[in-house]
Design a protein around this ligand. Structure first.
Ligand SMILES: [Zn+2]
Length: 282
């Protein structure tokens, strides 16, 4: 057996990591700058955070304890499946990770009734998860838009800005013209209906540029939460910094042609828009 192979070494490192307590986690979150009483939108890869006491639930409890009773915790909760209607009581949210998929199922957590759902608990939860349009998933009238309007913070735990949905809000506010074709199935008057729409989207890898933009202005804090690298910034700072860049260069996030299909489709839509704004039922 070759003990120098990456998998074995990584597993051994994982075995020896200290299991962090609730108290250690809340201290890390306070040190990073999470605001008690504020609104916090969290994107998380739990495999980077662990091991911690009580697993994903332990992390959620530490986030809630740091925010306190006046704070509101928000997480993505969208469906992974565009081919079945969304049911907020049942539809899983696996791609956003185990913490997001645990959170919406916990007591007193509200989940918006949308394939682009977010879940929230706290005094602002009902407003943040109120109905939002399906065809503009991350505009001003959406959970991320409401976190922005209420001056919430965005916490990235073990993920980079390529997982940061608030950047799509900035694209929407900046008025970028690129789109990709999407569809979902919805129940309309009791009948399954396919809803086609055009969404501001691409591969999102270049969202990682936002680290540099925020840090050049001292608008992002980095630290550790659990064992993960953590980034914290105000939603408004992310939106302001990104909007300013997009107004100078609309395609700054899109790869050059031929790198990946998603950015190619977004670029092509600038030349010949395939769908008008809004949506069509077919
Ligand atoms: Zn790309």
């Amino acid at each position: 057996m070759d003990y120098t192979r990456g998998g074995w070494t990584l597993n051994m490192q994982h075995e020896t990591l200290e299991t962090l307590s609730h108290k250690q986690l809340t201290q890390q979150l306070r040190d990073l700058g999470v605001r008690p009483g504020g609104i916090l939108l969290v994107h998380c890869s739990f495999s980077r955070v662990r091991p911690i006491e009580r697993g994903p639930v332990g992390l959620i409890e530490a986030l809630q304890a740091t925010l306190g009773p006046a704070g509101t915790l928000v997480m993505p909760s969208m469906t992974d499946d565009d081919d079945h209607p969304f049911d907020p009581q049942r539809t899983p949210c696996v791609h956003m990770g185990v913490v997001a998929n645990t959170y919406w199922q916990m007591p007193n957590v509200l989940r918006s009734d949308s394939p682009h759902a977010f879940s929230a608990q706290g005094p602002e939860a009902a407003r943040i998860t109120a109905p939002h349009p399906v065809d503009v998933p991350h505009g001003l009238d959406s959970p991320v838009g409401r976190v922005y309007e209420r001056d919430g913070q965005v916490l990235l735990l073990g993920v980079g800005h390529d997982a940061n949905t608030t950047i799509h809000l900035a694209e929407s506010l900046a008025g970028v013209r690129y789109r990709r074709k999407k569809h979902i199935l919805v129940l309309k008057a009791g009948r399954l209906t396919r809803l086609a729409y055009a969404e501001i989207d691409h591969c999102c890898q270049n969202f990682n540029l936002v680290d540099e933009w925020l840090e050049a202005k001292g608008l992002q804090r980095r630290g550790r939460v659990g064992h993960a690298e953590a980034r914290l910034a105000r939603s408004r700072d992310i939106v302001n910094v990104v909007t300013e860049r997009l107004q100078r260069n609309e395609t700054i996030f899109l790869h050059p042609l031929g790198v990946d299909e998603e950015c190619d489709e977004a670029r092509a839509s600038l030349v010949s828009p395939s769908l008008p704004g809004g949506c069509v039922l077919d």
